[in-house]
Design a protein around this ligand. Structure first.
Ligand SMILES: [Zn+2]
Length: 217
């Protein structure tokens, strides 16, 4: 799961629009942002196996980011951080989006997500069916974008930022697959952080305040 995680961010923006989209985007990948740092530092481990379908990543050790208790703890931390800037409903939404990362990973990962701190490991393995996986990610993005367009139209804003963001993510999904090209943990962590940074930047650009007089599409 790569761009599919952002579906939760877009859906959250349509339900609780007070927090900027880039914050929800960061929350949806908070667990992977920490993971990127941890694999670069050697705290968590990954192997590369090109014979694996869909994604070459053998994620055999990531208890501090991708176990269920860890995902809950990072989500709680995200909620507490968000509470400094936004009301509790919005902060709770930031926490929910953070936790959605683990749930969406559960759909696509091979069994590598520890239910306890070390095991048993869960994962429905949709990565093994790349076309179905791609359809799921783009389908989730489509549904979430529909929600955001509806919310924007209701509040008399233009729909185009939502559509532009969807187009950007679909392109990213088509041309960049998870872990493609990287052969070391350091390179993988670096390219993941760059990708997350880029998506947060584009989210910040499309979600700038629009003057109301532009009307709605
Ligand atoms: Zn993940």
């Amino acid at each position: 799961m790569f761009t599919g995680h952002f579906a939760a961010a877009i859906a959250a923006k349509s339900v609780a629009p007070r927090a900027p989209l880039w914050v929800y985007v960061g929350a949806s990948q908070f667990v992977d942002i920490v993971w990127s740092g941890f694999i670069m530092a050697g705290i968590e481990k990954v192997e590369f196996d090109e014979t694996l379908k869909g994604s070459p990543l053998d994620l055999y050790f990531m208890p501090y980011t991708h176990s269920l208790p860890a995902a809950l703890a990072w989500s709680l931390l995200a909620t507490l951080l968000a509470r400094r800037w936004w009301p509790s409903g919005t902060a709770a939404m930031v926490g929910l989006v953070t936790f959605s990362h683990w749930l969406t990973d559960l759909l696509v990962h091979r069994p590598d997500l520890p239910l306890g701190f070390t095991g048993p490991k869960l994962g429905l393995g949709l990565w093994n069916y790349p076309q179905a996986e791609m359809a799921l990610e783009i389908g989730l993005l489509g549904i979430a974008t529909g929600m955001w367009v509806a919310q924007r139209v209701r509040s008399r804003q233009t729909a185009w930022p939502a559509l532009l963001f969807l187009a950007f993510l679909v392109m990213l999904q088509m041309f960049a697959s998870t872990g493609a090209g990287a052969t070391t943990a350091a390179a993988l962590g670096q390219s993941a952080l760059l990708a997350f940074g880029l998506v947060m930047l584009v989210a910040a650009l499309v979600d700038r305040r629009q003057p109301k007089r532009m009307g709605s599409l």
